[in-house]
Design a protein around this ligand. Structure first.
Ligand code: UD1
Ligand code: CA
Length: 511
């Protein structure tokens, strides 16, 4: 899809006042990506000579996103309208191309195929401008396409300037155009800010092209939703929804199974292999890569993970920035984060948190554990309630556990510490020293049994209870009104507290 002699210009200097956000409009996200990145990615397959973005609000942040995508930026300061933005773009374009595709940074749903069609049509016709339009049932807020009887375009009229007759026109301007630049430049020089916003409108350029005897065409988008702009929060939500729907449709066509697909949230950059099943309420975010034949069960949220084939993630797991090898199993209710690494067939069960730790092949950590900064050799069994005490208040320390180790339940491993291959740790141990291979480590208080102690205590408690039940209740003194004053109650309370403290200080004669 190479465009001959053509550049792309993206207008992205506006603030997006209607979003009521400190963030520039094109930095808002839909489908998990910034709006501007969607637009750039739609343009890239056209292989234009250059992609130039006109930036203004938060120019530095936007440029930082665009630079790795090979997009050149030019600053428009102050922002005096879309026509002015195009005048600024001229400086960056110089005379190097004959044509330009111009797009707003806030209409991210447009597809490469549609842009290619627009370019092809423009190229083949004698028009100096070709507008991408769309037919909408509710066109309010958008500029309208005014056609002549011969079907060519006479002008674009902004919503605020429409006459009553024009208001019923439902063909809108998408703000996506193909221009023949040597025809456009003289018209831009003639733009005047005679509108409510005192701006230079690119849309006024259409009537000026007409006035200099040029032809303007409009191509009606086959899918009207492709040109949705993100002017308001409601627009953003609608565009986000459209991206999610598009992504799910793409994945299902490629063999991904989904139950209640509308409840599943998948970012645009996510990849999922065929025959993987996604259950209701699953979220796959960021650059998540999921292999083939996996099952991601209900309510699990996976961001920036790499998951090989055949992995099962049971309900309600949160997994971020982690790598799971083939046939690993996780959950329900597990939390894996910050470079957790599960090797083949490793299993992590309920209420287990794994952070910056590697679990070797077929390691099992099935219940109630925290594993942080640990390396665990293959086939080791991590008992219920095992905790790596990795933080000493200042530093995170490593725990290294060998292969085929048996860690008894409720073991605390005080890092830094090493456990050799084949070692055995008794339940309830607090391990503070390294354990050699094949050794048994027991680190807990020795148990003492006192025969009959419990029965004797129960008898004693029974006697006390009987005594208090038979005692005469004390006569209650009706408090005088004064007794309710706050200062008096405080004094009484302090007096009692002082007496109690004194009693406590006195060594008991009975012991
Ligand atoms: C614009 C069109 C309108 C069309 C609609 C489609 C004009 C005057 N109107 O209106 O006909 O129906 O898009 O979405 O063009 N920008 C700059 N510099 C500026 C002003 C804007 O770079 O000085 C950028 C914005 O960041 C934005 C794009 O141009 O990405 C469009 O601007 P916006 O203010 O959103 O125009 P609309 O009112 O939507
Ligand atoms: Ca807009």
């Amino acid at each position: 899809m190479a465009l001959p002699d053509c550049a792309v210009v993206i207008l992205a200097a506006g603030k997006g006042t209607r979003l009521k956000s400190p963030l520039a409009k094109v930095l808002h996200r839909a489908g998990g990506r910034t709006l501007i990145e969607h637009v750039v990615r739609a343009c890239q397959p056209l292989k234009p000579r250059a992609i130039i973005a006109v930036v203004g609000h938060q120019a530095a942040e936007i440029s930082a996103i665009l630079k790795p995508l090979g997009v050149q930026t030019i600053v428009q300061e102050p922002q005096r309208g879309t026509g002015h933005a195009m005048q600024v773009a001229r400086r960056a374009l110089g005379g190097r191309v004959k044509y330009a595709i111009v797009l707003p940074g806030d209409a991210p749903l447009v597809r490469s195929e549609t842009l290619a069609e627009l370019a092809r049509l423009h190229h083949q016709s004698a028009a100096s401008a070709t507008i991408l339009s769309a037919e909408w049932a509710q066109p309010a807020g958008y500029g309208r396409i005014i056609r002549r009887e011969d079907g060519t375009v006479q002008a674009i009229v902004e919503d605020a300037a429409l006459t009553d007759d024009q208001r019923s026109i439902n063909e809108i301007n998408s703000s996506i155009y193909a221009f023949t630049l040597d025809k456009l430049w003289p018209c831009l020089a003639r733009l005047r800010p005679d509108n409510a916003h005192r701006e230079l409108y690119l849309t006024d350029g259409i009537a000026l092209l007409r006035a200099q005897g040029d032809i303007v065409h409009a191509l009606v988008a086959a899918d009207a939703d492709e040109v949705l702009g993100c002017n308001t929060r409601a627009d953003l939500a609608a565009v986000d929804l459209a991206f999610r729907r598009r992504k799910r449709a793409e994945l299902m066509a490629a063999g991904v199974g989904m139950l209640m697909p509308e409840s599943i949230l998948i970012d645009s950059d996510v990849a999922v292999g065929p025959d993987t099943l996604l259950e209701p309420g699953v979220q796959l975010l960021g650059k998540a890569r999921i292999g083939a034949g996996c099952t991601i069960r209900t309510g699990s949220i996976l961001s920036d993970v790499t998951i090989e084939d055949g992995v099962v993630v049971k309900p309600y797991c949160v997994i971020s920035s982690s790598y799971l090898s083939a046939d690993a199993q996780v959950g329900p209710f597990a939390h894996l984060r910050d470079a957790a690494r599960l090797f083949e067939g490793a299993r992590v069960g309920n209420f287990v948190e794994v952070k910056k730790s590697a679990l070797g092949e077929r390691v099992k950590a099935m219940h109630l554990s925290y594993l942080g900064n640990a390396r665990i050799g293959s086939e080791t069994n991590v008992g219920a309630g095992t905790i790596t005490c990795n933080y000493d208040g200042a530093n995170k320390n490593p725990t290294t556990i060998g292969r085929r180790v048996f860690i008894g339940s409720d073991t605390a491993l005080v890092a830094p510490v090493k456990v050799g291959d084949g070692a055995y740790i008794a339940a309830g141990s607090t391990i503070t020293e390294n354990i050699p291979s094949d050794a048994l480590a027991i680190a807990r208080g020795r148990q003492v049994n006192k025969p009959g102690w419990a029965a004797a205590r129960r008898r004693e408690m029974g006697a006390v209870a009987k005594h208090t039940a038979t005692r005469k209740p004390k006569r209650r003194v009706r408090p005088r009104a004064r007794a309710h004053s706050r200062t008096r109650s405080l004094r009484v309370f302090r007096g009692k507290a002082a007496a109690a403290a004194k009693r406590a200080r006195k060594p008991s004669r009975r012991r």
